[in-house]
Design a protein around this ligand. Structure first.
Ligand code: PRP
Length: 190
């Protein structure tokens, strides 16, 4: 099968088949854990939409969905953890079972903020499903009940993850070649 953007990619970390299998496992686990309940899946724009759309079809209990968009404050936001809601929930989650759906946990700051934010809305419960986690980059301990895969500290694209808005539609998860994002004068540890 032809892999999109193949010339821009180094290692393929997870194939489309690997992803399909893992999402099915997560869906089965979530369905069993929430047996008899209804879930509000809260996807985090933009990266999580691919995972969200696959995961919700792998879940057999009733689900509602909502989307939030968040933005970091300032250029040093990834270290400060200060984020703001650009698009809030459309529906109340009071007394509902919220499952936040993320594409990747990098520093963990976004997720930490979101979990606290959701808790402040008085839901019945808040859990997290993340397709990927990059443990080497975590700055805070992130709450993740349902994790797809861990990835190394490399520039990872595909399955929702972008570089400059490209590669989100890549069906596998892969490491981007450094020459794509680093110019000749860029130090190797940018
Ligand atoms: C990414 C990702 C998470 C967040 C993780 O979003 O989707 O939401 O960063 O980073 P953290 O763990 O260091 O907080 P991004 O801001 O790149 O937006 P996108 O999903 O639209 O690509």
């Amino acid at each position: 099968m032809t892999i999109q953007y193949r010339d821009d990619l180094d290692t393929i970390l997870y194939t489309e088949d690997d992803i399909t299998r893992r999402v099915a496992e997560l869906g089965a686990q979530i369905s069993a854990d929430y047996d008899g309940k209804e879930i509000v899946l809260v996807g985090v724009l933009n990266g999580a939409v691919i995972f969200l759309s696959d995961l919700m079809r792998a879940i057999t209990v009733p689900v509602a969905m909502d989307l939030v968009a968040i933005s970091s404050y300032g250029s040093y936001s990834s270290t400060s953890g200060v984020v703001r809601i650009m698009k809030d929930l459309d529906q109340s989650v009071e007394s509902k079972h919220v499952l936040i759906v993320e594409d990747i946990v990098d520093t963990g700051l976004t997720l930490n903020y979101l979990v606290e934010y959701m808790r402040s809305r008085n839901p019945a419960s808040v859990k997290v499903a993340a397709m990927l986690s990059k443990p080497s980059r975590h700055k805070v301990k992130a709450q993740v009940e349902y994790l797809g895969f861990t990835v190394p500290d490399a520039f990872v694209v595909g399955y929702g993850l972008d570089y400059a808005q490209r590669y989100r539609n890549l069906t596998c998860i892969a490491v981007l070649k450094p020459e794509i994002y680093a110019g000749p004068d860029t130090p190797p540890n940018l």
